[in-house]
Ligand binder design. Structure first.
Ligand code: 4AD
Ligand code: MG
Length: 459
């Protein structure tokens, strides 16, 4: 049985026989002793393995390349060297898989851009090791949070016949012959397609989630989400993961309260349960990260009306690239200015103009805004989008008609307003944006194992 390096670094085990298996990070020979740093992926730190010349395969060990896989067995002793508490004095070292000098991850530091071109190997670096351990732990924390708060976890479908956000960003799912589809009135005839209708990959599990909220009270989905959106930015991916809670008998204010509690919980979780990774990010990715996240965990999130945000942006005197005007959507530059310069912390923007938001949001009495909220955070901008939903059947139907959304395909959604309709609200948190926020990583491509972006889908 191999011992995980993390376990030993945490609790120590002096004089205990141990066997580690992992990949060589560095090799150094000095005065007839070979020092190998081995990392097994369980922690940021590796363990130093000390190989003496009495080992039968000592000459092979000295020539071992960075990236090789090996198993080292021996005794754990307190290390005389600074910067590490324990080291392994090897009794045997078995070379499992060699790596020669063509291995791309030699000792020198590589740029994230370069590492993106070798996404099959980058998990073996310190930075990506820390990112993907944090990501894994956070995914578990998300389930823990909702479980502790009695939310039902529902698996909403990935293949869907509805475009929830209505933005036409659906990836088509079809088995029709792309070169020669059956045609009807000059259009591909989707009634002959696999599902007998036009289908695509989900852009959000919200609409199906709402149906479950109206049966179970509080629910959430957490799954992959797809958008055929041609945005080549550092915060957009074509495939990403979204956390989507929905609460029955809840208003926009309740929704913002939940979002605030949730984000703070995740900040505290990262600081406590991923302390080594957070210390690594603080040192190598963003200086002051831990202070920043601690600040968020303790802050009261600011709440600002959309109209007020427009007013403040206009009064700022800043020459933004995109226009600032009541009725227009906020661009990332505006969002960042609000959260970084005006407020200096996480900020909810509430009650957006109805014409820039989706059909399902609850119409406010002023006739021109809807009960929408976005949570903006420094460095990233929008991390959460949510709303109270329109629960009044007549208002929903008239809004859909106004926006040219056909009622027939959404008959099931309208049915939920026909019987036992109640006020309800929810939001979507982009999981990758959360990981970016908590790690300090600046590009979404660097927090998802194998990024999918326009014109890029490797493996
Ligand atoms: O604001 P969005 O589009 O809202 C919805 O999808 C609603 N149905 C949510 C709801 O009310 N249940 O997306 C929600 C969040 C955004 O705030 C952002 O964090 C993330 O999803 N997101 C993306 N993340 C990465 N790449 C993209 N292309 C993203 N689009 C949205
Ligand atoms: Mg949004």
């Amino acid at each position: 049985m191999r011992t995980r390096i993390k376990e030993v670094l945490e609790r120590g085990a002096e004089s205990a026989p141990c066997s580690f298996s992992g990949w060589v990070r560095s090799v150094r020979t000095s005065k007839g002793i070979c020092f190998i740093v081995l990392n097994d992926g369980s922690s940021v730190d590796g363990i130093q393995v000390v190989a003496e010349s009495t080992l039968p395969n000592f000459s092979d060990i000295c020539r071992i390349g960075t990236g090789s896989a090996l198993t080292a067995a021996g005794t754990l002793v307190e290390s005389p060297a600074v910067g590490q508490k324990w080291e392994l004095v090897a009794k045997s070292i078995e070379i499992i898989g060699n790596a020669d000098e063509s291995y791309p991850l030699q000792k020198k530091r590589h740029t994230f851009e370069y590492l993106r071109t070798i996404s099959h190997l980058r998990p073996r670096t310190n930075t990506f090791g820390a990112v993907f351990r944090l990501r894994s732990k956070l995914a578990q924390a998300i389930h823990r949070f909702f479980s502790e708060n009695n939310f039902l976890y529902v698996h909403t479908p990935i293949i869907t016949a509805s475009d929830c956000e209505g933005a036409g960003e659906l990836f088509r799912v079809s088995t029709l012959d792309a070169a020669k589809p059956p045609m009807l009135d000059g259009q591909p005839d989707f009634s002959q397609d696999f599902f007998g209708q036009k289908t695509g990959l989900t852009v959000s599990g919200q609409l199906e989630g709402e149906l479950f909220a109206q049966a179970f009270g509080d629910i959430y989905t957490f799954g992959p989400t797809f958008r055929a959106e041609n945005s080549n930015t550092a915060r957009h991916a074509s495939e990403f993961w979204m956390i989507v809670p929905e609460m029955a008998f809840a208003t926009l204010a309740d929704d913002a309260d939940l979002a605030e509690k949730f984000v703070k919980y995740l900040c505290n979780f990262a600081l406590e349960e991923c302390a080594d990774e957070m210390a690594f990010f603080d040192k190598h990715v963003e200086n002051g990260l831990i202070e920043r996240i601690r600040g968020v965990a303790e802050a009261d999130f600011y709440r600002m009306e959309y109209s007020d945000a427009i007013d403040r942006l206009q009064r700022s005197g800043v020459a933004f690239a995109y226009p600032v005007e009541w009725g227009l959507d906020l661009q990332t530059e505006h969002e960042r200015y609000i959260t970084e310069q005006i407020v200096g912390g996480p900020t909810f923007i509430l009650n957006y103009p109805k014409d820039i938001k989706a059909f399902y949001m609850r119409q406010n009495d002023d006739g021109r805004t809807v009960a929408a909220m976005d949570l903006l955070v420094p460095r990233i901008g929008e991390i959460i989008g949510g709303s109270q939903r329109e629960e009044r059947l007549d208002r929903l139907e008239s809004r859909m008609a106004e926006m040219g959304i056909a009622a027939e395909p959404l008959w099931w959604y309208l049915d939920s307003r026909r019987w036992g309709s109640c006020p309800h609200a929810g939001f979507g948190l982009g999981f990758e944006r959360l990981v970016m926020y908590l790690s300090g990583m600046e590009n979404i491509r660097d927090v998802i194992p194998f990024p999918r972006t326009p014109r890029h889908c490797e493996f």
